[in-house]
Design a protein around this ligand. Structure first.
Ligand code: SF4
Length: 486
């Protein structure tokens, strides 16, 4: 996944772009918890700060004041290429013969090997083992004097998923790949003559508008910014301090937004494709109740992400809705953590059953996905230990049969339980009394949008952007490029 933010404030606004970008990044913490970072330009120099850890750990108040400037980009990382090491944290930075650039990237490229062959000097030049480092180095090397011209030369050679915020000394450029796999939106911090208020905490004290690029609309809400529009697939939006944004199209749009953004990844208070994601997920629950009813006493979500679908399931089925699991809010999302061992330990740290609610009850438990099955198995066992008499699992998405190469870390098909097991075998593995998945038709009915606007590849194997035959295990393909440490 990953979250990105770009902020351009007018000159002399009296507000530091770094603080605005860091605040926006807090709203995107769910998109990546491995590292966080900021790059800031004061028009003459680019300053960079990044580290491993959560946004609040990395971008704290002691560090922000030293990052001065009207332009800032920020990034939180969930790894899909390269290990969780400091070098791989973003934004990446490169000083080339014609430009200094920093990049924050959400997505995953599918022709990294081809691009590496185009890099003069090869792997040895890379300071990190991510596709973003490679992209940044290629961009810094481009001979065109202007960064937008350099991007127009480079991007036609780049394939895969990329929602980017690119910073040079004088601009931020927001870019969405021609399929728009990952979201990116444009927002405006309005001019407010009287200065900051509760409604617009970053109001610009009589200056002109500020502009924000971000992965999700929820970051705009937190900044008191207005949603302007989605950055379109195949579009660049150029932000310069004190100027209206400019748009440059670099490829025809062939939209295929990741449908999992709608089902699970993005926050429920975000809007995508003009839809509020809480409402979309609630309707998925309604559809699920129609497709897979359960003879049970109550409906409960797996917190937090199963909540909207469980509410919809309860409404449509007429069963009471109860919270039966309490989530420890201060641990990460289990799916997002990088290793199987950490995922395994995560769920026990994270969820605790409400014995009074579940004891002696037949439960319908609603969640939004089963990836490897281990988390669901632990939840079912947890509920049985707490006294549930039956556990019926309902999933508000279809089974994940195929790996993702566009920015979600399910690159190995054998790790996906649905790729190797039937629904009945999965039910047996997780220890549930029954198991039902929402169909693709059910997802589309809830979205109220046509199939061809989305990528459904992990459900039906129809990849909008061809993936190379050796795609599996590509996550660490640039690893040998990382110089030895210490
Ligand atoms: S393959 Fe699945 S997770 Fe990946 S972009 Fe497509 S729908 Fe999203």
């Amino acid at each position: 996944m990953c979250g990105v933010v770009g902020v351009a404030l007018p000159p002399g606004s009296g507000t530091e772009a770094a603080a605005v970008a860091a605040t926006g990044l807090f709203a995107l913490q769910h998109r990546g918890q491995e590292s966080a970072g900021l790059a800031v330009s004061d028009g003459a120099e680019i300053f960079l700060y990044k580290d491993l850890g959560m946004v609040a750990q990395v971008l704290d108040e002691r560090r922000l004041p030293s990052l001065r400037g009207d332009l800032a980009i920020a990034h939180c990382r969930y790894s899909t290429t390269g290990s969780t090491i400091w070098e791989n944290a973003q934004p990446t930075f490169r000083l080339g013969p014609r430009r200094a650039v920093a990049i924050g990237h959400n997505g995953n490229l599918v022709n990294t090997r081809e691009l590496l062959d185009q890099l003069e000097g090869g792997r040895a030049r890379l300071a990190a083992s991510t596709d973003t480092e490679l992209l940044t180095t290629l961009l810094a090397d481009e001979p065109a004097a202007d960064t937008v011209q350099a991007l127009l030369q480079l991007l036609p050679r780049v394939r895969g998923a990329y929602s980017l915020v690119v910073l040079d000394r004088g601009r931020i450029i927001g870019i969405r790949d021609p399929h728009g796999f990952r979201p990116l939106v444009l927002g405006r911090i309005p001019e407010v003559a009287t200065g900051a208020s509760d409604a617009a905490p970053w109001a610009l004290d009589g200056a002109r508008d500020g502009w924000v690029l971000t992965s999700e609309t929820t970051a705009l809400d937190i900044l008191g910014a207005e949603f302007v529009r989605d950055v379109e697939a195949g579009e660049m939006v150029i932000l310069e301090s004190g100027r209206e944004p400019r748009s440059v199209r670099f490829a025809p749009a062939d939209p295929a937004l990741c449908v999992f953004e709608m089902i699970y990844f993005a926050r429920p208070d975000s809007y995508m494709e003009g839809r509020n994601l809480y409402e979309v997920r609630r309707r998925m629950g309604e559809q699920l109740a129609g497709e897979h009813p359960a003879d049970a006493d109550l409906v409960m979500p797996v917190p937090d992400t199963g909540g909207p679908a469980a509410a919809g399931y309860a409404e449509a089925s007429g069963l009471p809705f109860r919270e039966g699991l309490v989530r420890n809010r201060y641990t990460g999302r289990t799916f997002i953590q990088p290793s199987q061992t950490m995922r395994h330990r995560g769920v026990t740290l994270k969820l605790n059953p409400l014995r009074e609610v579940v004891r002696g009850k037949r439960l319908t438990v609603v969640d939004d996905s089963i990836v490897r099955g281990t988390t669901t198995k632990q939840i079912v066992a947890l509920l049985r230990r707490a006294g549930a008499t039956e556990v019926h699992v309902r999933i508000s998405a279809p089974p994940i049969f195929h790996p993702c190469f566009y920015g979600i870390d399910t690159q190995i098909a054998t790790e996906l339980i649905a790729a190797t097991s039937s629904v009945e075998e999965i039910r047996e593995f997780i220890g549930a009394d029954s198991l039902g998945y929402l169909s693709i038709a059910g997802v589309l009915a809830a979205l109220e949008l046509p199939y061809d606007r989305f990528c459904f590849a992990c459900f039906d194997g129809r990849y909008p952007e061809p993936v190379p035959y050796d795609s599996e295990r590509r996550k660490f393909m640039l690893e040998e490029a990382v110089p030895a440490r210490g």
